[in-house]
Design a protein around this ligand. Structure first.
Ligand code: ATP
Ligand code: MG
Length: 788
């Protein structure tokens, strides 16, 4: 099929150059929304249509599976449009649905099915499924093609076992989490255990190298790989086995990588190896071949996974070797932004200029100025969510062009989704959590709710079975089966058996003890259900279940996220209690559970239904929405507290903010709360320093209290007067929850009232005005301080 003449007319001249470039290396660098991904997509279509490249010979790497799906859909549509013109002499969109479907499925069969388009992990695990049996590592370890892929927590348990049991190391000095992180780093930088060992200057490093080696032994013993191996092992395999490399080199003539600024050393190496078959010698033969990468250093947001944007900056030197030293042959710059209204773009450009580690570039608007950016100050996170959801409902109703799919809510951490989800459910607005689970579908939330349900209604055998050994407390599957069978035979429910010590004591010694302990927990809290405030009840159950403690010992980032989610659940309980008390309604566990059941039972969306998208900023990379809400712009939350002492990390947070802002096409709303719940108590929150970096004349300030919504001003931001003196205290001691206004008693100084809470990293101190002594600043963990 020949492309029609208008095929490339949807591109500007620079994009066209990138798309029409046939062989050799090419780097496209450009800011957000300048059509990099569009150029990459059209390029694939052009290779097939114009240059007759077989789709099988194309390798296209995207950053997420969703991006890969979208890219395939776009290519499918492009082809279908071409075919419609040629075969029906009619525009695709004007054809009857039946003919459109016929065209699409034909394109799928002839083009899309054979293309290798996906993430690094998905593409290279596919290669390993075919070839891993040809790989031997430096210690002679081998894997078979049916290998398992260990997730983060499997990997973490292995490391822990090696540290504590096999090597008998002190897990305080060799914290399994940081050891695992160091191993991941080594893999992402391309080091095998032996190479890593040579690099280590000190004892600690050498021990970690030993753990790394033992860890690879265990993985091989289980015929398993971790995520990082999915990239490192193909790299090694290609280096080791010329025949294998040659096969894949011959297969992939044209390689395309989107979001190249977020590649790490190992990913770079694999692209380099596939681009030249003369291993390591940099002698390129670009006949009928190309390597095409697109990226934006300002959107590099994965340095915690060793992404390194200097790889992008070095592309021309590395891949352009042997070609004429002419910049323009190996690089295209795109300088027009097609995505965002001018005001949004201007705000993004001004923000990112505050970074020192960057190369300035041009990004000109092509769209009208659009409306001002709205900045909301909400009283707390509930008011923030209320405002956001009301705006969405209002805009959706007033604008026929917008459907639910036009909106997205972007936050820094997953645990922030809960208040938004509750209101979306309340108003029956369809929504999706992109790249994660809806709050009430998350495993840890279901587990904790299962405890609450079991306590509320012990006859509920399903929930009891869910939690009887969660977290693990030595009640094995066979014990549970025995108990369930006994309940069936006796015609009673499971709880009655568990609750009957004589029956339980017939089990083998350890199991009996564990079952009795578990039954004890349920019984204890059941007795409190009528009298104890719901918040206390829930806090007590979370504590007694050992669930959070277990997550703390796992120590992975994923476990950390789960803990945050459990805290968010606790916040939901405390919010629920407060609301109902305000309305003078009785607050019971049962009512709370009813509310959560409604949230989780909302009809699941059908694929393709328009829905509001909720996601973390990291998950939003590459996407776009007509209306974007960027929420939780508070010191300690965004930028997150870890970055506040580290200038490089702070710049990465700023890039993340730039990514968030540049997702918006027409409207951008940014919000922050004055107070935020942290484990149930309200903590004052300080507005994010990024807000002070936005151009004042483009931002309109709004404020919403519980009583209503007020527009304060257009064009001038209230300045934070005391930003340096106090930082956010979202990290304050979660157990104590000191708050301004608390009456306290100090062992030596007597009674007083807290006037300020200061937080410096993990250390909280408080200012107390003592009745007789004036104000003193005190570290509450050292001083013997009590609330009265
Ligand atoms: P990001 O850096 O966020 O990944 P990007 O550079 O990949 O952005 P695209 O997503 O390809 O940008 O394009 C942004 C928007 O601009 C898309 O809606 C795209 O369809 C549109 N667009 C790109 N190029 C053109 C063009 N030449 N004419 C009109 N619209 C365009
Ligand atoms: Mg893109």
């Amino acid at each position: 099929m020949k492309p029609t003449s208008n095929f490339l007319s949807h591109l500007n001249p620079s994009q066209r150059r990138a798309v029409e470039h046939f062989c050799g290396p090419l780097l496209v660098v450009a800011g957000a929304g300048s059509g990099k991904t569009r150029a990459l997509t059209y390029r694939i279509a052009n290779l097939i249509l114009q240059h007759k490249v077989d789709p099988e010979n194309i390798l296209a790497v995207t950053f997420t599976n969703k991006a890969a799906r979208e890219m395939k859909e776009r290519i499918q549509k492009l082809f279908a449009e071409q075919m419609a013109m040629q075969e029906y002499g009619e525009k695709y969109d004007l054809l009857p649905e039946f003919d459109q479907g016929k065209l699409r499925s034909r394109v799928y069969r002839t083009v899309i099915k054979d293309m290798w388009c996906g993430t690094f992990h998905s593409l290279f695990s596919r290669i390993l499924r075919l070839d891993i049996d040809k790989y031997v590592d430096e210690n002679g370890r081998k894997w078979e093609k049916n290998f398992s892929i260990f997730d983060d927590s499997d990997a973490q348990s292995l490391v822990k076992e090696i540290v504590t049991k096999q090597m008998n190391l002190d897990d305080k000095k060799f914290d399994p989490k940081s050891v695992r992180y160091a191993i991941g780093n080594a893999k992402n930088q391309g080091f095998s255990p032996k190479e890593f060992a040579i690099e280590q200057p000190n004892y600690r490093g050498k021990i970690i190298a030993e753990v790394y080696s033992a860890y690879q032994d265990k993985l091989a013993g289980n015929n398993a790989l971790d995520f990082d191996d999915l990239i490192l092992i193909p790299t090694r395999l290609f280096q080791q086995n010329e025949k294998v490399l040659d096969y894949w080199h011959r297969k992939f003539h044209h390689i395309l990588v989107d979001e190249y600024q977020d590649t790490n050393r190992t990913q770079y190496e694999i692209i380099r190896l596939l681009s030249t078959n003369d291993e390591g010698k940099k002698s390129w033969n670009w006949d009928n071949r190309s390597t095409f990468v697109v990226g934006d250093a300002d959107q590099s947001i994965y340095s915690f996974r060793q992404a390194d944007f200097t790889i992008l900056l070095g592309f021309q030197d590395e891949f352009g070797d042997g070609l004429e030293d002419d910049n323009t042959r190996t690089m295209v710059k795109l300088e027009e932004n097609y995505r965002s209204c001018e005001n949004i773009l201007e705000v993004a450009n001004q923000l990112i200029e505050n970074n020192t580690q960057r190369i300035d570039k041009i990004l000109k608007p092509t769209r009208a100025a659009g409306e001002e950016i709205c900045l909301f100050k909400a009283d707390d996170e509930v008011v923030e969510a209320d405002f956001v959801i009301n705006q969405i409902r209002k805009l959706e109703e007033e604008n026929p062009d917008l459907d639910w799919g036009s909106f997205s809510i972007l936050y820094r951490t997953n645990a922030q989704s809960r208040p938004f989800e509750d209101l979306l459910v309340k108003y029956q607005v369809p929504y999706n959590v992109v790249g994660g689970f809806r709050f009430y579908d998350r495993k840890e939330i279901k587990d904790i709710l299962a405890y609450l349900k079991a306590i509320q209604n012990p006859s509920d055998a399903v929930n009891i079975q869910r939690i009887i050994n969660t977290p693990r407390r030595g009640i094995g599957k066979s014990t549970i089966d025995t108990l369930v069978r006994a309940s069936q035979e006796l015609g009673t429910n499971l709880w009655e058996i568990l609750n009957d010590e004589t029956s339980v004591n017939t089990l083998a010694g350890r199991a009996a003890k564990s079952v009795n302990n578990f039954a004890g927990i349920i019984k204890k809290w059941q007795a409190e259900i009528e009298t104890m405030p719901v918040t206390e009840l829930v806090a007590g159950i979370i504590e007694d279940s050992g669930y959070v403690q277990d997550l703390h010992t796992q120590g992975t980032d994923e476990a950390e996220d789960r803990i945050q989610n459990i805290q968010a659940l606790y916040n939901a309980v405390s919010e629920f209690q407060e609301e109902n008390q305000e309305n003078e309604e009785s607050v019971t566990l049962q009512k709370f559970l009813e509310k959560t059941s409604l949230s989780s039972d909302l009809d699941k969306l059908k694929e393709g239904d328009a829905a509001v998208s909720l996601m973390t900023l990291h998950a939003s990379k590459g996407l776009e929405f007509p209306v974007v809400f960027l929420v939780g712009l508070e010191q300690g939350l965004f930028p997150n507290y870890r970055s506040m002492q580290d200038p490089a990390a702070l710049e990465e947070e700023r890039r993340l903010c730039y990514v968030g802002i540049t997702r918006a096409q027409e409207r951008l709303f940014i919000s922050h709360a004055r107070e935020r719940r942290l484990y149930g108590s309200r903590e004052p929150a300080m507005r994010s320093q990024f807000l002070d970096e936005l151009p004042e004349d483009l931002v309109a300030n709004h404020h919403q209290t519980r009583q209503g919504y007020v527009k304060i001003s257009t064009g001038s931001l209230p300045k934070r007067s005391d930003r340096n003196a106090f930082t956010s205290n979202t990290q304050s001691d979660v157990i104590q929850n000191w708050q301004v206004g608390d009456a306290v008693i100090h062992k030596t100084f007597g009674e007083g009232e807290i006037t300020h809470v200061f937080d410096a990293g993990s250390k909280t101190s408080v200012a107390i005005k003592f009745t007789n002594l004036g104000t003193k600043i005190i570290d509450p963990r050292v001083a013997q301080l009590q609330k009265i």
